[in-house]
Design a protein around this ligand. Structure first.
Ligand SMILES: [Zn+2]
Length: 305
């Protein structure tokens, strides 16, 4: 694994496609000027804007949901357990990674736990919707970079040895464009971790409220990763042990609000504790190598081939 960081890393101009070597400083300095074509990329509050025309549009995600998420993620069994799984997989498969990019970092709830998990040389969170980044800023140390971009067109080549998109690409019609862009941004030998909702038969109003394009079928995410330059190191379901509950909840009529539907937040704290205990046990087994065949989400670890 050593020596990976010796590979050259580049930022890439979205206007003229010229690349410029990154030399220890930020991946994308705010107000970056492309030396090849002279284009100056706009920025706001120190956040480079690579797709300002898409910012805070309701394309794939309603920015108003960030407020709700920021308030409800901490302590919520699903988000807490998912963080344990994602950080655990990064530690298990890419213990030497030092440069991490999270696509669709939202309010920074996942990035915060990555930040705490090891010493990073570069930690970058990207979002299409800068509304989430205000929360992320507050949660994370000042050296963490934030950037607004379209994940289908990441202005970097080999700049990261670990990348991730956690419940993001199901919002995007051309999800393979995102995987292709992630492969380009990840150096060869580096890794990516992708989480998506699974099983079309679990499709519910929650998916519509959340602006999902799809839930993933068996083998779909793995095939898409392979097609776009990744080898599969590990693949498992997440929330496998809650699948009977999830299936049952879709069979009964509900009178909950749209937001509760979207994130299944309509829970008592006792129920939350029980579900968290179940998922902690599941995550422990997953990190020990158990690959669950079915569950609400699919998590795949790939290596940039
Ligand atoms: Zn240029």
């Amino acid at each position: 694994m050593h020596g990976m960081s010796d590979n050259a890393a580049f930022r890439r101009c979205l206007i003229c496609s010229a690349v410029e070597q990154i030399d220890g400083e930020r991946v994308w300095p705010p107000g970056w000027l492309c030396p090849a074509c002279g284009h100056v990329f706009p920025q706001a509050d120190g956040v480079p804007l690579f797709a300002p025309e898409l910012a805070d549009s309701i394309s794939g995600f309603d920015p108003k949901a960030f407020e709700y998420l920021a308030e409800h993620e901490p302590g919520h069994f699903w988000f807490v357990a998912r963080n344990l799984l994602l950080v655990g997989l990064a530690d298990k498969f890419f213990p030497h990674a030092r440069r991490f990019l999270e696509i669709g970092c939202g309010t920074g709830f996942v990035l915060r736990d990555f930040a705490r998990s090891r010493r990073w040389e570069r930690l970058v969170g990207s979002e299409l919707h800068p509304a989430g980044l205000a929360h992320a800023r507050q949660r994370l140390p000042s050296e963490v970079e934030f950037v607004q971009m379209d994940a289908r067109d990441i202005p970097a080549v080999g700049a990261f040895d670990l990348t991730g998109a956690f419940d993001v690409i199901e919002h995007i019609a051309d999800d393979e464009a995102v995987l292709r862009a992630l492969r380009s941004a990840t150096e060869t030998g580096g890794g990516t971790i992708i989480a998506v909702p699974q099983h079309q038969w679990l499709w519910s109003r929650a998916d519509e409220v959340a602006h999902h394009e799809r839930r993933y079928g068996r083998g779909e995410l793995e095939a898409k990763l392979r097609r776009n330059g990744f080898d599969i190191l590990f693949s498992s379901s997440f929330t496998a042990l809650l699948l009977p509950l999830m299936a049952a909840s879709r069979l009964v009529a509900r009178r909950r609000s749209a937001d509760e539907d979207a994130y299944e937040f309509g829970l008592s704290s006792a129920a939350n504790r029980v579900l968290l205990a179940i998922l902690r046990a599941e995550v422990r087994l997953t990190l020990a190598g158990v690959s669950w065949p079915a569950g609400g989400s699919r998590v795949v670890v790939g290596r940039a081939a």
